[in-house]
Design a binder for this molecule. Structure first.
Ligand code: FMN
Ligand code: COI
Length: 371
């Protein structure tokens, strides 16, 4: 396994085709799924020379959480579709790499068990943090219980997904009849206590509003990241509502189709929040050069979704370890070739964007977004 693409190909061979489609698929025509990767490919890096160093630091600190790599694991549901150990295998691999893992609310292993699996496993006795992703549920008592569980398990932040007032149109799943988890698998956080207890559906609720964010702000002292706000006005509102960070994400193209690629939005969102809160970006990150482009344009870290599922399907914990290692190597090499001593040296002038709408030519002005 030399590249993320290798994992994608290998996973397709191993997975039930219905599950492979669930992972790879997006909403409707999957225009945004493709746009995420294409937008990274369109950007060009313009390196500096004669100012690098023998060792480069990939360490980051974001929202008080320290990590040994700027690549974190975005929340993805149902890891047991890919590997019998599910999220336990993923978490062990993330901890070994010093990568932040965001546990999905739709995880097939409970956050307490995930936290237990990596306790004391980091090099310095402390693995990189776990964060917990939340779909705010109209049943606020239930939501409060989930927040308490994540907090008690030691999660370092809450990632609130706000791009899902209703579910995206996953047409591959509809055609395949993939509407439920296979027998024996369940969303661990949605199950009532006790064997054979009721398992709730995750409610996608159009009535969730900024008032719910205020409510959440009032019941937790954990940092809150908003995942899925794309409009600069919403980024500003997030700051005003006391949100601590943004996960700039279009859900990997799985919610509203035809929204822009996240990397295209980054400069605008970065300008809007003006350094007041950190921005993590996900969507289409497949190469170390993608990571470097996002960091140069203002992200504090980047997330990967599908690649983790593919690596888990290909080789379980070992597969995810290898994935994180190869991305680390690619980032390190790109840093060296950009003349950077670490991620802190990455600045917008290292990125060139195509001149819109003439995508054949490349601007010689620094750092601009596609405008
Ligand atoms: C199979 C799958 C399951 C996902 N599950 C969740 C989830 O439970 N919660 C959530 O906020 N986002 C979820 N996402 C979106 C990811 O967090 C992330 O935004 C997206 O996958 C990033 O794009 P990438 O797959 O191109 O890296 C899921 C994505 C995939 C592919
Ligand atoms: C269980 C789903 C809501 C997980 C999800 O967010 C997704 O499949 O994109």
């Amino acid at each position: 396994m030399m590249t993320v693409k290798d994992f994608e190909t290998a996973a397709r061979r191993r997975l039930d085709p219905v599950h492979a489609d669930f992972i790879a698929g997006g909403a409707a025509d999957e225009i945004t799924v493709r746009a995420n990767e294409e937008a990274f490919r369109r950007l060009r890096l313009l390196p500096r020379v004669l100012r690098g160093s023998a060792e480069r630091s990939l360490d980051i600190t974001v929202l008080g959480g320290r990590a040994r790599t700027p690549v974190l694991l975005s929340p993805t549901a149902f890891h047991k579709l890919c590997d019998g150990e599910g999220e336990l295998a993923t978490a062990r691999a993330a901890a070994a790499a010093g990568a932040i893992m965001i546990v999905s609310m739709a995880s097939t292993v409970a956050v307490e068990d995930i936290a237990e699996a990596i306790r004391g496993s980091g090099e310095d006795g402390a693995p990189a943090p776990l964060w917990f992703q939340l779909y705010l549920q109209p049943d606020l008592d239930f939501t409060r219980t989930l927040v308490r569980r994540a907090t008690d398990a030691g999660c370092g932040a809450l990632v609130v997904t706000v791009d899902s007032p209703v579910r995206g149109a996953h047409e591959r799943d509809l055609r395949n009849g993939f509407l439920d988890l296979p027998d024996g698998l369940r969303c661990a956080h949605m199950a009532e206590p006790g064997e054979g207890g009721r398992v709730r559906q995750i409610a996608m609720s159009p009535e969730i509003s900024w008032q719910h964010i205020d409510w959440l702000r009032g019941i937790t002292s954990l940092p809150i990241l908003l995942k899925g706000a794309l409009h600069p006005e919403d980024a500003l509102l997030a700051v005003r509502h006391g949100v601590d960070g943004l996960l700039l994400s279009n859900h990997g193209g799985r919610q509203l189709d035809t929204v822009p690629a996240t990397i295209e939005l980054l400069p605008e969102i970065h300008a809007a929040v003006a350094g007041r809160i950190p921005i993590v970006l996900d969507g289409g990150v497949r190469r170390g050069t993608d990571v470097v482009k996002a960091l140069a344009l203002g992200a504090s870290a980047v997330g990967i979704g599908r690649p983790v599922m593919w690596a888990l399907a290909e080789g379980g914990e070992k597969g995810v370890r290898r994935l994180l290692e190869l991305l680390r190597d690619e980032v390190d090499q790109a840093l060296a070739l950009c003349g950077a001593t670490g991620v802190r040296d990455l600045t917008p002038d290292l990125v060139r964007a195509p001149v819109w709408p003439d995508t054949a030519g490349y601007a010689v002005r620094p750092g601009g977004a596609v405008s």
